[in-house]
Each structure stands twice: as C-alpha cells, then as structure tokens.
Design a protein around this ligand. Structure first.
Ligand code: ATP
Length: 339
C-alpha cells in the first residue's frame, strides 16, 4: 500500500532538491501518494499566510512530511515558517546525523549526531522592545521540554548503539535556564543505565567538534546551540549540501535538510540534493522501509566513492538533475543485484 506523505517543495533550491528526493524514493521502489502543499515566500507573495492551515492539517493527517527549505518574508509580521511549523505540530526533537561521506571532506572523519530541542530557548518568539533602544529576548526553558528532549536523546542512543550522550550547555553563566536543563538531564540519565551522560560547555563543545567530533556521540542541546553547532557540523562533512534532518514529535514527523533556501543557487539547477535525499532516507527508516533506505544509502556511498557525477559545491560539474539521474541508476542497480 502506498504511503501518504505531505510534500512541501519550499523556496529557493527547495523545489529542485525535493524533486530529486522524490525521484530517488521512486527508484527505490517505494510507493507514495504525495500530497503537495506549497508554503513559504511564494505563498506569501500571492498575498497569503506563508504557512497556511491546510499545510498543518495535511501533515497532521498523514503524520509524515518531507519538506524543502521555506523562506519567511522579512517584515509583514510573519513568524518563521520553519519555527512555527515545529512549534504548532510540537515537533520537539530535531535529529541531525553528522556523518562523513567518502572523498567529500577528507580532513575529517565524522560520525556523530546532534539532537536539538526544537520548540523553546531563544526561538520561543518571546521578544519585546522594553523602551526605545532597549530590546529583550526571553530564553524560555521548561522542565517538561528539557526532560522530553533528554529522554529522546537517551532513547536514540540506546536504539542506535551509541554509548554516550553529551549534554551541551552554558549553565556556568545562565545558571537558571541552562541550569534547569542540565539538572533535568541529570535526573533522566539514571533511567538509561547503559548510556553514559557527559556534560560540556557550549564553547568547549564547538572546539571539540572540530578536533574530536566523534567523542561527542549523541550531542543534545537547546535550540540555539543546536542550530549553530549543526552548521559547524555541516562544515566538517563538506558543507550544507550534506546534512539531513528530522523534526520529530509524538504525533508527526517532518524531514528536512539543515540547509536553507540558498538564493544564490536557486533556479540554476546546480544545488546538491544529497542532504534532502538523506532526509528522505531517514523518513524511509521511520516508515519501516528499511530495504529501500539501505539501497539509497549504499548508492550515495558508491556515487561519492566513484566521484564521477558530483555537484559543484565539492568541485564537480554535475547539475542537480544529472546527479539525481546517476543516483537513481545506482539505486536500481543495487536493487537488482540484491533482489
Ligand atoms: P536561509 O536564509 O533560507 O537559511 P541562507 O542563504 O542563509 O538561507 P543556506 O541556504 O542554508 O543559508 O545556505 C548558505 C549557503 O550554503 C548557500 O548560499 C549556498 O551557497 C550553500 N548551500 C546551501 N545548501 C546547499 C546545497 N544543497 N547545495 C550546494 N550549496 C548549498
């Protein structure tokens, strides 16, 4: 039976990379009924809300979404589409595996995971102008969200055979907010006796991520630290074209690359679709389509190892379409030889 999945093509390079992900899923033999829902800048330009209710309703009904990056108009009173989507659907855990692919960025050999709290911190949207010339952002931290993100990180570590979780914080300065998150994580740790809890201050974690990233294992952090460290992680594995992501809640999950709309590349057919395709691979695992997910992952490894058809961000000259066609060919070949 076909899976029903909401597809949000998004803005900038979003339509190009999401079309690539769709083709690869098809090549892997997974039947999907795509419910295509537009959101973002184009929708706002046509005079609407950049995140209409129909998009939220579609994801609620299907429980799974694959999403390209969405821009938010500057001014106009709209909140970020990405942040609003995560908060409205309570997609509290943002999972970003940072893993090196062969022959992409040979200075580093990375295999770690970032679990970012997705609904609170400085992204809670609590900003105000106290008086002319004085602005304030409130960093919201609750025990409930600190507990559930810690629980998620430990369960992820258990399921994926990763022996430790590193809680990244700045509780030495933000003693109350980060202090609460740290204390709560310490209370969750004993419930998962096979997983070790490590703790690290965020600035130290930034350095360790460059020098010895794998020592961090599953890194769990509040929203802003997780956001910044994710881009640092992308830098370690070849750039933003490589890091996939999943936004997971109790009732729905939306899969999307870490990168944004990349307006400098939009419409040129040169974006690297790997991050989006790997986000689709994460989605296939959640859908129970392990054989298809493994075939695509194997094909990606082979394509980078061969380094014949690669995109401009890592020195190749293939466009998005040629890259995707080659990947689909490899996926079919892998399916034929293994089936
Ligand atoms: P946004 O405001 O939507 O987050 P941005 O331009 O600030 O967008 P990104 O879109 O994440 O940030 O990307 C920054 C730069 O990284 C892009 O301008 C582009 O040069 C490069 N980049 C991002 N994604 C890709 C990709 N998939 N393939 C190749 N290069 C990419």
């Amino acid at each position: 039976m076909a899976h029903s999945i909401t597809l949000i093509p998004g803005d900038g390079i979003g339509p190009e990379v999401s079309a690539a992900a769709r083709s690869v899923i098809e090549a892997a033999g997974v039947a999907v009924d795509w419910d295509v829902q537009t959101a973002g800048l184009e929708v706002a330009r046509a005079g609407g809300n950049p995140l209409p209710d129909r998009v939220i309703d579609s994801i609620r009904a299907n429980r799974f979404g694959l999403k390209g990056p969405c821009g938010t108009p500057i001014g106009g009173g709209f909140r970020s589409v990405n942040v609003t989507l995560r908060q409205t659907l309570d997609l509290y855990a943002n999972v970003r595996p940072i893993k090196s692919l062969p022959r992409v960025e040979e200075r580093f050999d990375v295999d770690m995971v970032i679990v970012r709290e997705n609904t609170e911190g400085l992204y809670a949207g609590l900003e105000l102008m106290i008086m002319p010339g004085v602005a304030q952002s409130i960093k919201l931290t609750t025990e409930r969200s600190s507990r559930r993100i810690a629980e998620f990180a430990f369960r992820y570590a258990e399921r994926h055979g990763r022996p430790w979780v590193t809680m990244v914080h700045k509780a030495n300065i933000m003693k109350i907010s980060d202090g609460l998150a740290l204390e709560t994580t310490r209370k969750v740790a004993p419930l998962h006796p096979t997983i070790e809890l490590r703790e690290m201050i965020v600035d130290a974690a930034a350095m360790v991520m460059v020098r010895n990233p794998n020592s961090l294992g599953v890194l769990v952090a509040e929203n802003l630290y997780g956001d910044i460290l994710s881009d640092l992680g992308a830098g370690l594995v070849g750039g933003l074209g490589f890091v996939p992501g999943a936004n997971i809640g109790d009732d729905a999950a939306v899969f999307e690359a870490v990168h944004g709309t990349a307006p400098d590349l939009a419409g040129k057919g040169i974006a690297n679709p790997t991050a989006m395709i790997q986000s689709a691979v994460m989605m296939l695992h959640h859908l129970g389509e392990k054989t298809a997910a493994d075939a695509i992952q194997k094909a990606i490894l082979r394509q980078y190892d061969e380094r014949k058809v690669i995109t401009g961000d890592i020195g190749g000259n293939a466009g998005t379409t040629a890259f995707t066609a080659e990947l689909c060919r490899l996926v079919r070949e892998i399916r034929e030889t293994s089936g």
